[in-house]
Design a protein around this ligand. Structure first.
Ligand code: ADP
Length: 474
C-alpha cells in the first residue's frame, strides 16, 4: 500500500526541526550540568565527613586530661555528632563504655538514620547507603593509647537537610535557565525560519509572475543568507534574459513578416498593375519582379540554412587542414565585393595545419569576411591574421569600417539581432551570420571575442584549441 507523504510548509518544517534540536540540546546540557554538579557535590560531602570525623577524634582526645574524661564535653560532642548522622561509642583502654550514642538515645539515632534514608531516596531513588561502623584509636599528648572511638554512619554519601535544600535550589536554577534557554532559542528559531521562508515565498511569487510573462520586474529583496541572495540574483538575471529573449522574439516576428511582406507587396502591386493594363509587362518591369522574388528566395534560404545548422550542429567532421590555404581560397572566392568597393585585404597567415571541420569553419570565415566587406566603406582596409599561440590557433578579422556601438556588442551574436535595421536591410542579412559563427566556434571548443569602436572599425578574434586528440579518439 502506497503511503502519502505529509507535506508541510517550509516554515513549519524549519520551526519543528529547530525546536526539536533546541529541546534536545537544552535537555542534554541540563542533564550534563546536573550530573557533573551531583558528582562534585558527593565528593565534597565525602571530604566533609572525613574532616568531621578527624575533628571529632581531636575534640574527644582533648577532653581527656590527667587520666580522666571530661564527661560534660563528651556528652556535648556526642550529641552534636548525632545531629550530623555520626553515632559514636567511646571506650577507654580497658574496653569500658564511657559514652554511647544509642545508650544516650536509641530512638533518636534510629529516627535520624531513617529520616536521612527517606530524604536520600527522594533525591536519588537509586541511593543504597548501608549503616557501617569503624574504629579509631585515641591517644593522649604523649602518644599513649587512652581508648578508642567507634563511629557508625552510612557508607554512601548522604545529605543533611540544609544540603538537600541547597541541591533543590540549584536544580531549580538549572531548570529555570533551561526553560529560558528553550524559550529564547525557539523565538530565534522562529525568526530565522520566517526569514528564510519569507524570502523563498517572495522568490516563488516572482517566478509565478515570470510564468505569466512579467519579465520586466526586478526582485528588490536583500537577504543576509548568501545562498538566498545568489538565488535572488540568478532569478533577476533569468528575468532579465527572458525579457531580452522575448524582445528578440517579438523583433524577429516583426522582422520576418516585414522582410517577407515588402517584396511580396511589391510583387503584388507590379503584377496587379500589369494585369489591369496600367503597366505594360515589359522586360524592365518583369526583371524588377524577378529581383524581388530572388530577394525572397535568399531570405527563405538563409532561414532554411539556419534550421539545417540547428539540426546537425552537434556533428563535427574534423580533419587536418592547412589554415593559410583555407583562408586564401575563401578570400579568393569572395573578393568580388571587395574589388567593387576597392577594399584592400591584407593577409598574414602562418603556414600551419589545424584540426577543424572544414565545411563549418569555411562558413565561419565566409560570414566574418563578408561582414567585414559589408560594413567597411569604399577604399577601406581589411586585415586577416592567423598564427599559433601556445597550444591554440588564433584567427583575426580586422577592418577599419563603421564599427559597432558598445551597447550593441553584447547582442550581435544573438539570433536575428541586427544593429541598425534600416542599415542592414540593404545588406540582405537577417542577423544570423554571427550566431552561426559563434555556434561553430563553440562546437570546436573555441571562443570568439570582438573589439569594436564606432567609426573606427571592428576586430573579431577566434581562438581554437588543438583538436588532434579529439580526432584520435574518434
Ligand atoms: P547579418 O546576417 O544581418 O549580417 P550578423 O549576425 O552577421 O547579421 O551580424 C549582426 C550585426 O552585427 C549586424 O547587424 C551588423 O550590423 C553587425 N556587424 C557584424 N559584423 C560587423 C563588422 N565587421 N562591422 C560592423 N558591424 C558588424
Amino acid at each position: 500500500m502506497g503511503y502519502k507523504k505529509i507535506k508541510l510548509s517550509l516554515n513549519t518544517q524549519l520551526i519543528l526541526s529547530l525546536v526539536l534540536i533546541i529541546i534536545f540540546l537544552v535537555l542534554s546540557i541540563v542533564i550534563s550540568i546536573n550530573n557533573i554538579f551531583v558528582k562534585k557535590f558527593d565528593q565534597y560531602i565525602v571530604d566533609a565527613n572525613k574532616a568531621e570525623i578527624v575533628t571529632l577524634i581531636e575534640s574527644i582526645e582533648s577532653s581527656y586530661k590527667n587520666g580522666t574524661w571530661n564527661k560534660g564535653d563528651i556528652d556535648q560532642i556526642g550529641k552534636l555528632a548525632i545531629t550530623k548522622c555520626l553515632f559514636i561509642d567511646l571506650y577507654d583502654k580497658n574496653n569500658n563504655l564511657i559514652w554511647g550514642a544509642k545508650t544516650y538515645n536509641d530512638d533518636l539515632c534510629y529516627q535520624i538514620l531513617s529520616d536521612i534514608k527517606d530524604n536520600m531516596i527522594t533525591v536519588i531513588p537509586s541511593w543504597s547507603g548501608e549503616y557501617t561502623e569503624s574504629n579509631y584509636d585515641l591517644n593522649d599528648n604523649n602518644g599513649d593509647k587512652i581508648g578508642y572511638l567507634k563511629v557508625g554512619s552510612y557508607d554512601s554519601p548522604y545529605y543533611l537537610d540544609a544540603e538537600i535544600n541547597f541541591l533543590k535550589d540549584i536544580n531549580k536554577v538549572i531548570i529555570i535557565i533551561g526553560i529560558l534557554m528553550t524559550i529564547i532559542a525557539i523565538i530565534i528559531g522562529v525568526i530565522i525560519a520566517k526569514k528564510i521562508s519569507k524570502s523563498l515565498e517572495t522568490l516563488s511569487c516572482m517566478a509565478k509572475k515570470m510564468g505569466h510573462g512579467g519579465y520586466k520586474q526586478k526582485l528588490k529583496y536583500n537577504s543576509n543568507i548568501i545562498e538566498i541572495d545568489n538565488l535572488i540574483n540568478s532569478i533577476n538575471d533569468l528575468s532579465y534574459k527572458l525579457d531580452e529573449q522575448e524582445n528578440l522574439r517579438k523583433r524577429l516576428t516583426t522582422d520576418i513578416s516585414h522582410e517577407l511582406l515588402t517584396p511580396l507587396t511589391s510583387i503584388q502591386t507590379h503584377l496587379e498593375a500589369m494585369i489591369d493594363g496600367i503597366w505594360e509587362a515589359n522586360t524592365e518591369r518583369l526583371s524588377s519582379v524577378i529581383e524581388e522574388v530572388i530577394r525572397l528566395t535568399n531570405l527563405v534560404n538563409q532561414l532554411r540554412n539556419l534550421s539545417k545548422f540547428d539540426s546537425d550542429k552537434n556533428k563535427l567532421n574534423l580533419s587536418k587542414v592547412n589554415l593559410a590555404n583555407l583562408l586564401k581560397n575563401i578570400i579568393y572566392n569572395n573578393q568580388g565585393n571587395a574589388f567593387e568597393k576597392n577594399i584592400n585585404i591584407g593577409f598574414e597567415v602562418e603556414d600551419i595545419s589545424v584540426y577543424l571541420d572544414k565545411d563549418k569553419m569555411s562558413q565561419v570565415i565566409v560570414n566574418l569576411l563578408s561582414n567585414a566587406i559589408r560594413y567597411t566603406p569604399s577604399n577601406g582596409n581589411i586585415h586577416i591574421q592567423g598564427y599559433k599561440k601556445g597550444d591554440t590557433i588564433k584567427i583575426h578579422f580586422k577592418d577599419d569600417g563603421i564599427g559597432i556601438l558598445e551597447k550593441d556588442l553584447k547582442y550581435i551574436f544573438e539570433r536575428f539581432y541586427r544593429v541598425d535595421e534600416s542599415r542592414s536591410k540593404n545588406t540582405g542579412g537577417i542577423g544570423v551570420g554571427l550566431t552561426i559563427v559563434k555556434s561553430i566556434v563553440d562546437l570546436h571548443d573555441g571562443s570568439i571575442e570582438v573589439k569594436s569602436k564606432i567609426n573606427n572599425g571592428s576586430e573579431f578574434i577566434i581562438t581554437l584549441p588543438n583538436l588532434e586528440n579529439k580526432v584520435n579518439h574518434l
